[in-house]
Design a protein around this ligand. Sequence first.
Ligand code: MN
Length: 221
Amino acid sequence: MLSSHFIDAIHRAGGIPVVLPPYENDAGDQLERIDGLIISGGSDIDPSHYGGEQHPEVYEVDRVRDAGEIALVRLAAERGLPTLGICRGAQMINVALGGSLIEHLPDAVDNSIQHRADPPGAVLHAVHIDAGSRLAEIVGNEVIAPASWHHQAIRTLAPGLVITARAPDGVIEAVELPSHPWLIAVQWHPEMTAVHDPVQQLLFNSLVQGAQLTLEKRRAG
Ligand code: MN
């Protein structure tokens, strides 16, 4: 199951969206047939993948999906395939590349910023983007107000990743991999507001531009 918001955002950017089943053994072949990758939002990653605690607030762990996405992320990083991580996808990129997560944000940060509505839903909060990052180049603004719907976040950063945005409470809201042609991960949900917030649509447009370059390179052999 995948929200049509992700699919519509790629379509608006001029890409052809394809949904991948999460089978670990297929990951290498799947990546040969696509030009860019989104690791989407969803439920929590099994904390055993990052040496974390089986916290009571961790929900709907799916081991098949975890394994499939870990394989996709590692191969996409190795092959230089343009990759956008969104929410769980940002956490997955960090975990797959060797980082860890905060299992439940209210245990780790003050309650000055709401990152998930109660009952669970999306809320808007400010995100401060580091000038000089690729994210800043794409988004063009230093402060944005995207949709947030998460109760976990990055704790320790995977080797090679750099932090490019934070919420006012210090929570890591975006990372990127400078050694890679296009690998950006955001803790918020650009797909939820992209239809009416052009700033959020820019992330998908840039991913599809990166994918177009991949396609051209492949055609040139
Ligand atoms: Mn947030």
